[in-house]
Write a protein that binds this ligand. Structure first.
Ligand code: UDP
Ligand code: MG
Length: 317
């Protein structure tokens, strides 16, 4: 029989944290009246995370493991996990580093039972460096103000989503995935739950600066038309300024008989607008890139191996 709830956990080089994670989750499952399955996704780890989760899922049927063919990044590993999840009622998404307490499952499940399709965690406090905290703070606020969907502030992927939301997410073919945005996009009743985010249990963050920036870009370019509109507005603005300047110069010449001057101003204008044009091309490029990757229609990820019910299963998801 299908479990009621699946817990999906993407893992990348988490062999240090894994024993702690499994201990916490075992405790949770043992004391829970809900039937729970855990989907561990290895995102092409270079340490022995894959071996560890394979060994575990071969002896403990409550754990299934999905090994990806290489490192695809957190959003795609999560996507693979969602596709593999069998939970008939809901799926909980957590990070592998125990920053998100798995014990919140019961609270989230309770809120789900009260008719919410998405229960997302809202970070009240972050235990990260001031610079990172500030960057996150700013990013979420900018995204919220420019996005065409109402993305909740300070909430990540940590959430419990109902089966019908998971089914929709599984059907969305988006290549550049910003899962928290996609989750909001689906709709139904969604509720936030405030919690304090713990520190990473062990090891370092597996989100490199490049990956974090990519995630931020995906949030902005997949859920906002603002950058394109910005270009149009900049275009309008510079045309207006140049027209005013033209009129000003004509008056200056024919009324006051002044000779046009301003080599520096000219240079400044050329440099400024070359910059504006390159910037605009870059913005358009971001959208074009997304079209480029999307039209190729490649599978989002490749599964190398899957173990379900203590047996090797078809890697097709
Ligand atoms: N992760 C992943 N693939 C990656 C990077 C990260 O599956 O390429 C996983 C990682 O193992 C962890 C989760 O995504 O379970 C969140 O990553 P992390 O805790 O390093 O991010 P941070 O909390 O520092 O933003
Ligand atoms: Mg973390």
């Amino acid at each position: 029989m299908a479990p009621q709830v699946s817990i999906v956990i993407p893992l990348y080089n988490e062999s240090e944290v894994l024993p702690h994670l499994i201990a916490r989750i075992n405790k949770l499952i043992d004391s829970s009246p809900i039937s729970i399955e855990v989907v561990l996704v290895d995102d092409g780890s270079k340490d022995n995370t894959a071996d560890q989760i394979q060994a575990l899922s071969l002896i403990d049927g409550r754990y299934q493991c999905v090994l990806l063919a290489r490192n695809y990044g957190h959003p795609l590993a999560l996507t693979a996990g969602l596709a593999a999840a069998n939970g008939s009622e809901a799926v909980m998404i957590i990070d592998g580093d125990l920053q998100d307490p798995p014990e919140l499952l019961h609270t989230f499940y309770e809120l789900y039972k009260q008719g919410n399709d998405v229960v997302y965690a809202v970070r009240k406090k972050r235990k990260e460096g001031p610079l990172k905290k500030f960057a996150y703070h700013l990013f979420y606020r900018i995204l919220k103000s420019i996005s065409y969907i109402d993305i909740p502030l300070d909430s990540g992927d940590f959430s419990l989503v109902s089966r019908r939301i998971v089914d929709v997410l599984n059907k969305m073919p988006e290549e550049s995935r910003y899962v928290r945005g996609m989750r909001t996009w689906v709709g139904f009743k969604q509720v936030g739950y405030e919690y304090e985010r713990d520190e990473r249990m062990a090891g370092d963050s597996k989100y490199s600066f490049k990956k974090l920036l990519q995630l931020a870009y995906n949030g902005i370019f997949n859920f906002s038309e603002f950058p394109i509109k910005l270009i149009t507005n900049m275009g309008f603005f510079s045309i207006s300024v140049s027209l005013i300047y033209l009129v000003y110069n004509i008056i200056k010449k024919y009324v006051y008989h002044a000779v046009p001057e301003g080599f520096t101003a000219l240079l400044f204008a050329i440099i400024l607008f070359s910059g504006v044009q390159l910037f605009s091309l870059g913005i358009i490029g971001e959208y074009v890139l997304r079209i480029f990757f999307q039209v190729k229609g490649r599978p989002l990820y490749i599964v190398k191996k899957r173990i379900v019910n203590k047996e090797e299963a078809s890697p097709q998801l």
